[in-house]
Ligand binder design. Sequence first.
Ligand code: ZN
Ligand code: ZN
Length: 617
Amino acid sequence: MTIRRASVAMTEAMSSELAAHLLRADGQEDLCVAIYRRSTGRERVTALVSEMLPPGPGERAVHGNATVTGDYILRVAVAAAEAGAGVVLLHSHPRGLGWQDTSPADAEAERSYAYLVYRLTGLPLVGMTLAGRDRAWSARHWQPAGEPDWCENVRVIGPQLRVTWNPGLCPPPPVQQSQLRTVSGWGKAIQADIARLRVLVVGAGSVGLDIGPRLAATGIRHIGIMDFDSVEIVNLDRMIGATLLDALLHRSKISVAHRLMTGAATAADPRIACYNQSICEPDGHAIALDYDVIFSCVDRPWPRAILNQLAYADLIPVIDGGLVIDPFSDGGMRNATWRSHIVRPGRPCLVCNRQLDLGLVAADRDGSLDNPAYVAGPADDVPPRQNVAALAVSVTAALLAQFVSLTVAPGGRGEPGPLQYVLSVHHLDHRDDVSGANCVMEKQTVAGDRRIPLTGRHLRAREIQQARRAAGRRPWIRAGRSADDALHRARRRLTKIVSARSAADLRFYRDLPSRSDAWLASAWQCVPANVSDQDGAAPRSALGLYAVLCTRRRARQRPLSSCMRGDVCPDRDARAGQAGSPPAARARCSRLALRRVGAAGVPETALGQGWRRLPAP
Ligand SMILES: [Zn+2]
Ligand SMILES: [Zn+2]
């Protein structure tokens, strides 16, 4: 196993406790030592900060900078070794802002303790710095010798997911022209944070298949989708985007998801990872630990139990929800409810909010849940399986709204806690579920690799994968899949060819990302101010089409104003602004005036050459 990436995560409570110690009223640097548990994914290892051990008398000195004594490190390392944990050495940069580098003195201090700590605990020393001005964390893992492995991010999990990104390893991705409206919704800084998150969707059924493309369209670069199941004809009334051909060719759900997500992706370089796997197996579980946020779009008890556990043990927020339809026995619908909630420390787990019956996990695991006799037995305990496309989209919407609350925190408020929508009366409940006193999951918070093992061999997943492989050996299915794949490849190729031919048009937009947010928000209100500026170099796509229309109309001696959108352009006498018109007329021309003063709040230089923003009607 090669670990290629490192990160650190902690709860909001832990972050506040550390900040309270490290950020002093007198503005001096301070330091302290904590312990961490390790959470090992397939490619990423995360240090979960679990407990601060404050310095005792004489164990550190504050003198503008701060120094730590070997005794303090030794005391914590021994405690960590007994608990099977590692050591974190933290210090503050009171005037720091954003991700912090190490000064030579920082690096020397951390390096000098790395070997000792490794010998005692068997784990790398983690060095962390807290920037005082914005409470941004930065971190690195020190192997016993050599240079540190810098973390890609530090995640603080609370009502809002606060992530500090290492700009060297994860630079903010460039905003694309296709993302202008998204960016205008929450600004470039938040977009840069969201786009860098690694988001996993577990389950590519009615809800997962809907969520994946929306995340891709939002501009998130790394999205994973995991499912072992195949498309069946009975799924087609809910899996929007899956076709009859997919069902007839025994396609996997993730192949449909991949098609839809790559088609919807707006990131410059999207990385859509598809896992034909069950999260119940150790491999699937390890993959999940590589992600920052997980959508739970599965209805089976076993995978839900696993997701429920990793939300606490590995500090990965899990966004879960579901739909229950309550039909009358003789036809008709009594009610439908859908719920959404984020599972994380501080919120009730799926067992405590009664969205998971642990008693059914064993039945799911051994396959009895698929036995009709079992299902016909204690019917009340079996999760209802009714679902309709018209309402499944409400679950999608509820889950995505929770995601936006968690990552964007509209109005400064984070995720709202468990919500339930009651369809019959159209009422939204804020549920007051809390964790039970003996919640097994809360007790496993920050357990990391020491979590209670729940994974195992998933027989049902193996059977379905095997059936799909067997179907793929039939000549007609094989030929059908190849032809279908070729069609999709041809479509992707066509997109590439057309975008290459449009390169000249697209060049105009290449500089857009560096423009101000205000201008990005108003980009669609831009119209050409002086069409003659565009002569010979008229962009031909989107906004540029408008310029072409204007040029053509002018060529036919039509007044320029008639080709301006009347609802946007306040200037009905466009010829007033043209060269050679009398000075009085030129003074009336609002477009020339705009050009002189620049549009409100928008620097003149932020506008593309020959393009001016007109005021809103
Ligand atoms: Zn420092
Ligand atoms: Zn619980």
